[in-house]
Design a protein around this ligand. Structure first.
Ligand code: KIV
Ligand code: ZN
Length: 523
């Protein structure tokens, strides 16, 4: 039997029971089996597979999981009544290690309003239910529901009675997420001091997250001697959810100095994979900033942080990303990123650039892009470098444009250009069939070059709402055929850049033609 001095903490996973009670998360049998297999691989000690009396689906799920899972104990929940307990026992019939989990509310508010029963009646029913479950299986867990709001002396009386009746685990839940770490720790300490037979059972805790303290309360209870944590993957569960498995487990693994070296049997490198699976099958998206498994949990954007990480990971990371199943930390490029991080990413992408190129040309363009986009992806960088590298010497540079469009009116574009050599600025406006056409017509008026579009395509080069759009076109000017591309978060700007790029090419070719004698240069 676990005691306060044991270092091993049992992990009771209730993703498939309390987690599945999350509003909006309901899993079919195949999905439940997939999660149960993943939990077994993850190394949990107990899988609470469902509440068999509540529906045929729950019954079948507990039965199927009992047949499939071999290592962890498989548990079925039951109210403290014979018909629930019998149904749970039936569902667990094929389990290698069956556990029945019986619960009965003990707090004054539940006794008076929900159950309308006196304390003595609650104790009697708790004993009766525990004995009934013990007659069916060896492993019986009893939960005094709403324990955190139960009078401590009465709670101690119930705990003592159910242990005497045969419960091998007693779970102390904070059913409504009302407790705080110091109070909850105090309650568990109180039970260890006032329940004479407490050493005969494992003391478990089950904390809800209504005040965002489920993980802190769970950890505080472990410091007081609890040795089973009832948790869910991604912290899903009734209302604000339960204590998140990955957070409690990694807190123990990361701070043995604080938690006295308590250990779980969890293979932490499977945490990410399991979290993804649960998120996929429940449809409950994991917040980007969620501890351990959120997309940003090992991502760094700030230049100072990323620079620190590149020099020594532990400057800004307290856990190794590999320990939770990630290949490496993610250095996110955005407006806070520095030169070092930018250069490192380009090198990883295979670009060999000189210091002058990085400092002069690319870093400035990157900063301009990062100001517009929240996150600069690898595809953005490739597009950026390619567009800089493949540029023809420009005659005209796009300074800015405006387009007025809408139903009924004639789309009109105003464009301003600057000559590269003289810095002369010119501006004009023109109308067109649509906003893109209006821009193209204005560029033609300004530069005096008329193009005939042979091909024009727009595509997105990165994903998301601020994705970069790429405009590619092929155009003819007399016997010259040129192609050009433009990239921007705004497709009108991408198109303007591409068209102006084509005009610049025509101007460059014409200039070259007038200098070069002999055969016509190839375009
Ligand atoms: O929150 C709770 O009290 C429960 C019990 C049934 C264990 O989920
Ligand atoms: Zn619960």
């Amino acid at each position: 039997m676990a005691s306060q001095t044991d270092k091993r903490v049992l992990v009771f996973d209730t993703t498939l029971r309390d987690g599945e009670q999350s509003p909006g998360a309901s899993l079919n049998l195949t999905e439940k089996l997939e999660v149960a297999r993943a939990l077994e691989l993850l190394g949990v000690d107990v899988i609470e597979a469902g509440f068999p009396i509540t529906s045929t689906d729950d019954f079948e799920a507990v039965r199927a999981i009992s047949r499939e899972v071999r290592k962890p104990a498989v548990c079925g929940l039951a109210r403290c009544v014979a018909k629930d307990i019998d149904r749970a026992a039936d569902a667990l019939g094929d389990a290698k290690r069956p556990r029945i989990h019986v619960f009965l509310a003990t707090s004054k508010i539940h006794r008076e309003f929900k159950l309308r029963k006196a304390r003595s009646e609650i104790v009697r029913l708790a004993i009766e239910g525990t004995k009934h479950a013990c007659a069916a299986v060896k492993d019986v867990e009893f939960t005094p529901e709403d324990a955190a709001r139960t009078e401590p002396d009465f709670l101690a009386e119930v705990v003592e009675a159910v242990i005497a009746a045969g419960a091998t685990t007693v779970n102390i839940p904070d059913t409504v997420g009302w407790s705080t770490p110091d109070r909850f720790r105090g309650l568990i300490e109180y039970l260890f001091e006032h329940v004479p037979n407490i050493g005969k059972a494992v003391i478990a805790v089950h904390c809800h997250n209504d005040l965002g303290m489920a993980v802190a309360n769970t950890l505080a209870a472990l410091q007081a001697g609890a040795r089973q944590i009832e948790v869910t993957v991604n912290g899903i569960g009734e209302r604000a959810g339960n204590a998140a498995l990955e957070e409690v487990v990694m807190a123990l693994a990361t701070r043995p100095d604080v938690f006295g070296g308590l250990k779980t049997g969890i293979h932490t490198e499977l945490l990410h994979r399991t979290s993804h699976l649960v998120s996929r099958v429940t449809g409950m998206v994991v917040a980007r900033n969620k501890a351990i498994v959120g997309e940003n949990a090992f991502a760094h954007e700030s230049g100072i942080h990323a620079d620190g990480i590149l020099k020594e990971r532990t400057t800004y990371e307290i856990m190794d990303p590999k320990s939770v199943g990630l290949a490496k930390s993610k250095l996110v490029l955005g407006k806070h990123s520095g030169r070092h991080q930018f250069r490192q990413r380009l090198t990883e992408l295979g670009f060999r650039l000189t210091d002058a190129e990085v400092d002069g040309l690319f870093f400035g363009s990157f900063k301009t892009l990062a100001d517009r986009k929240k996150e600069v992806f690898d595809e953005d960088l490739v597009a950026l470098v390619e567009s800089e590298v493949t540029q023809t010497p420009e005659t005209w540079k796009l300074c800015g444009f405006q387009v007025a469009t809408g139903t009924g009116g004639m789309p009109t574009a105003t464009v301003e250009l600057e000559r590269y050599d003289t810095k002369e600025r010119i501006r004009d406006a023109a109308t067109g069939d649509g906003p893109v056409d209006a821009i193209f017509r204005t560029l033609e008026r300004l530069t005096g070059i008329k193009l005939k579009l042979e091909d024009y395509q727009i595509r997105s080069v990165t994903s998301g709402t601020e994705a970069q759009g790429e405009a590619r076109l092929e155009a003819r000017c007399g016997d010259l055929v040129v192609s050009a591309r433009g990239v921007s978060t705004d497709i009108l700007e991408a198109s303007a850049k591409a068209y102006l790029g084509a005009i610049n090419r025509v101007l460059a070719k014409k200039a070259m033609k007038s200098k070069v004698k002999g055969p016509k240069p190839k375009v």
